[in-house]
Design a protein around this ligand. Structure first.
Ligand code: PMP
Ligand code: GLN
Length: 384
C-alpha cells in the first residue's frame, strides 16, 4: 500500500504570500515591492565585523541565550530608549528572527483549548503558530480605514480562556502606530488577569512625523506580563541574517528558553558578535532610521500622487497601503497578480492578512527600496 501522508495540522494554510509574490515578481521580472526587505546593503562596517569574528574563530555554538556582548548591548538599548531594565542573564534571549521568537513565545505559553486574541489585519505567522500549539485565535478588528483598535470589542473578547494577546506596533501591513492611550487601555484590559502580552515591535525604529514608539516596556504593569520582540533584520537592513531578540521578565524568559533550546538552541555566533560591536560603535544608527524611512515614504507618496491609487495614512513601518478602487474592481489577489504580470510591479494584496479574507481593494507597497527603484515603480503605477 502506498504511504497516504499525514492529516494536515494546518489544513487551511498554503504557501505564505511573501514567497508567492516574490516568486511571481522574479518570474515576470517585475519590480518587487511585495515581500518586505531592503534592496540596499547593511552598513559595511557590520559586514566587516562578521568576517572579523569568523576569521578570529567564533565559529562554534553561541551560548543558548545569546552571545553575552549582544545581550549587554540590547539591555543598554532598552534602558536608553524606554527606561526599561532587563537583566542580561535572565531576561534577554537572542532568536533566529522575530518569527522564531513569536513562535517560541506562543509555544511556551499556549495550551490546547487556550484562546489568543490577535488583531486583524494580522501578520501571517501568528495564527498558524497559535494553531500548531492547539490554541484558538480570536480576532479583534482594526477597522478599515483607520486601523485603530476598538477597546470595547477587545474587552468583550477577553474571557476565562484568554491566555495571550498578541499586538503589533508599528503595524504591518497598515503602518498604523499605537498611542500611549492604547497602551493604557491594554494595561487596563489585562490588569488582574493572567493574560500574557506578546508585543511584536520589529518596526520600533520606524515611527514618523516626530511621534514616538510606544513600547509595552515603557509601562511597568504591561512589561511584567509581556514578551517584547524586535528584529535586527529590520533595523540594520539584513533581513536574511535572521537575528532578533525577545525581552521578558525572568519567569516568562525561563519558560521561553525551555522551548527555545529545543526549537533552535542558539543563533549564528559571528553575526551576533558583529552586531554587538556595531551597536557599541554606532549607538545612534537606529535613531536615524525614522528619518531615513520617512523620506522614502514621502518619496513613494510623491511618486504616486498623480496616480489613481488612493494612499492611506502611513505613520510607521516600511509599508504603504493603497486603495485601487478607482482603477479596478477586481479582488485584491487578482489585481496584485495582474499588476505583477502586466505592469511589472509586485505588491501584497491586503486581504491575506484577514482570516476572513476581507477585501477593501487595498494592496501593500514596501518602500524599503532605493529611490531609483521607487521612481521606476512610480512611472509604471502612474500609467494605470
Ligand atoms: N513580525 C512582523 C510584523 C514582520 O513584518 C516580520 C517580518 N517582516 C516579522 C515579524 C518577522 O521578522 P524576522 O524576519 O526577524 O523573522
Ligand atoms: N515580514 C515581511 C513582510 O511582511 C516578510 C517576511 C517573510 O517573508 N516571511 O513582507
Amino acid at each position: 500500500m502506498a504511504f497516504a501522508g499525514v492529516p494536515s495540522r494546518l489544513p487551511q494554510v498554503g504557501t505564505t504570500i511573501f514567497t508567492v509574490m516574490s516568486r511571481l515578481a522574479a518570474e515576470h521580472g517585475a519590480i518587487n515591492l511585495s515581500q518586505g526587505f531592503p534592496d540596499f546593503s547593511p552598513p559595511p562596517r557590520l559586514v566587516e565585523r562578521v568576517a572579523h569574528h569568523m576569521a578570529a574563530g567564533s565559529n562554534q555554538y553561541a551560548p543558548m541565550a545569546g552571545a553575552l556582548p549582544l545581550r549587554e548591548a540590547i539591555a543598554q538599548k532598552a534602558e536608553r530608549l524606554y527606561g526599561a531594565r532587563y537583566d542580561v542573564d535572565g531576561e534577554i534571549t537572542v532568536t533566529a528572527g522575530a518569527t522564531q521568537a513569536i513562535y517560541t513565545a506562543v509555544a511556551a505559553c499556549v495550551r490546547p483549548g487556550d484562546e489568543v486574541i490577535v488583531f486583524a489585519p494580522v501578520y501571517d505567522s501568528y495564527v498558524p503558530a497559535i494553531e500548531l500549539n492547539g490554541g484558538k485565535a480570536v480576532c479583534a478588528t482594526l477597522r478599515f480605514p483607520g486601523y485603530r483598535p476598538d477597546w470595547d470589542e477587545v474587552r468583550a473578547l477577553v474571557g476565562p480562556k484568554t491566555r495571550m494577546i498578541v499586538i503589533n506596533t508599528p503595524h504591518n501591513p497598515s503602518g498604523a502606530v499605537w498611542s500611549a492611550s492604547d497602551m493604557e487601555m491594554l494595561a487596563r484590559v489585562t490588569r488582574d488577569t493572567g493574560i500574557v502580552v506578546l508585543a511584536d515591535e520589529v518596526y520600533e525604529h520606524m515611527v514618523f512625523d516626530g511621534a514616538r514608539h510606544e513600547s509595552v516596556c515603557r509601562t511597568p504593569s504591561l512589561a511584567e506580563r509581556s514578551f517584547v520582540v524586535s528584529s535586527f533584520g529590520k533595523t540594520y537592513h539584513m533581513t536574511g541574517w535572521k537575528i532578533a531578540y525577545c525581552l521578558a521578565p525572568r519567569a516568562l524568559t525561563a519558560e521561553f528558553r525551555k522551548a527555545h533550546q529545543f526549537i533552535v538552541f542558539c543563533v549564528n555566533h559571528p553575526a551576533q558578535l558583529a552586531l554587538a560591536d556595531f551597536m557599541r560603535e554606532e549607538p545612534g544608527f537606529a535613531a536615524g532610521l525614522a528619518g531615513f524611512y520617512e523620506q522614502k515614504r514621502d518619496f513613494l507618496r510623491a511618486e504616486l500622487a498623480a496616480s489613481r491609487f488612493e494612499l492611506l495614512p502611513c505613520a510607521g513601518t516600511y509599508f504603504q497601503l493603497a486603495r485601487y478602487a478607482a482603477i479596478s474592481d477586481e479582488p485584491d489577489q487578482a489585481f496584485a497578480e495582474r499588476l505583477t504580470r502586466e505592469h511589472g510591479v509586485a505588491t501584497i494584496p491586503a486581504s491575506v492578512f484577514y482570516p476572513t479574507a476581507e477585501d477593501h481593494r487595498v494592496v501593500r507597497f514596501c518602500f524599503a527600496k532605493s529611490d531609483e527603484t521607487l521612481a521606476a515603480a512610480g512611472r509604471r503605477l502612474r500609467e494605470l
